[in-house]
Design a protein around this ligand. Structure first.
Ligand code: CO
Length: 339
């Protein structure tokens, strides 16, 4: 059975001086590391953002993790702190090129194991589309994007244009929540991550559905949401009920929200057997892909254990652990599907 982890992050080594030169800001993201140390610090200017493990930037340490955990292939995204969506368009493009080039270098350590997704300057549609096209020629398998741009959600016209371009380029799209709620209520106890991330993803999926965006997007678009789709699967009944009962809710969509679950996939990072069962019931076993959030501390430490030890059937487990990802990202050249 092949095991493919589709939600994992890389933060290539970027120094403070490089960050300053590229972003034009003293507050930009960079990575503080020291030779031989097993941990480093993700930095935003002088702010210590998060302690991180060596696997985040060192491909040898990452591959050692994968060997130890029985993971065949990992699909790598940059870290949302690196998106650069707040930069001027030109600086954002330069920044994305550096992050992408280093992500590619990281993956070149074990090209049969590490599969790169690019990032793009989403605030400039033309530049973002051109960068996806270029990235697909360079060997990226898709693109990792944030779930919104300021007040614009993914159903925004320019963002739909970008997603349509991704479908045309056969670039898979992984949507990751970012720019979480701030303020005293969410800054305690990592509540921005625990509750805010789930709500962000829920909001974006419902925005796509209720705006009728899926009627305008190509059916060939491969769209994937992190963290099990956030709170969307658990509260889909609430959205359906509201769609039937309030014209405000159904104004722009042709069918109730549950009719659209066939248009996107989610990862399995829900950390609970009951939640995983619900997720598979709501989305279908063919639309749930193993995702760990490795190597971050809020990720699944023993990648795949939740799925392996779940009550899913052996066929469902094989699909979630690898088969779905192989088809979704077109990885048949790297790993075999279970027969
Ligand atoms: Co993540």
């Amino acid at each position: 059975m092949s095991v493919v982890d589709i939600h994992a992050h890389v933060f290539p080594e970027i120094s403070r001086a490089e960050s300053r030169a590229l972003t034009g800001s003293d507050e930009g993201p960079w990575l503080r590391t020291s030779d031989g140390a097993d941990t480093g610090m993700m930095m935003a200017g002088t702010h210590e953002y998060r302690p991180v493990r060596r696997s985040l930037w060192d491909p040898a340490a990452r591959v050692a993790d994968l060997d130890r955990l029985g993971v065949d292939v990992q699909v790598l995204s940059s870290t949302p702190l690196l998106f650069g969506y707040d930069l001027e368009a030109e600086a954002a493009a330069d920044w994305c090129r550096v992050v992408n080039a280093r992500t590619l270098t990281h993956c070149s350590y074990a090209p049969e194991r590490l599969v790169p997704l690019c990032q793009v300057p989403l605030q400039d549609t033309e530049s973002a589309c051109a960068m996806v096209s270029e990235a697909m020629r360079q060997g990226f398998r898709g693109v990792h994007i944030g779930n919104h741009l300021g007040d614009r959600d993914l159903d925004d016209g320019a963002l739909l244009e970008f997603l349509t371009h991704c479908a045309q380029e056969s670039a898979a799209v992984l949507v990751h929540p970012w720019d979480l709620p701030t303020g005293p209520r969410s800054s305690r106890y990592m509540l921005g991550w625990l509750a805010g991330m789930a709500a962000e993803t829920h909001l974006t999926i419902l925005s796509l559905i209720l705006s009728g965006a899926f009627e305008r997007l190509p059916a060939s678009l491969r769209l994937l949401f992190a963290h099990g789709g956030g709170s969307f699967p658990y509260l889909l009944g609430r959205a359906d009920n509201a769609w039937h009962r309030r014209d405000l809710v159904r104004a722009d969509s042709a069918a109730p929200p549950s009719s659209y679950t066939g248009r996107f996939s989610v990862d399995s990072a829900v950390f609970d057997p009951g939640a995983l069962r619900l997720l598979v019931d709501v989305m279908g076993a063919e639309r749930v892909l193993l995702g760990s959030d490795h190597p971050f501390p809020l990720g699944e430490e023993a990648i795949g254990r939740l799925v392996r030890e779940s009550a899913l059937t052996e066929t469902e487990k094989a699909a979630v652990l690898g088969g779905n990802a192989i088809r979704f990202f077109g990885l048949h050249d790297l790993v075999k599907e279970a027969s």
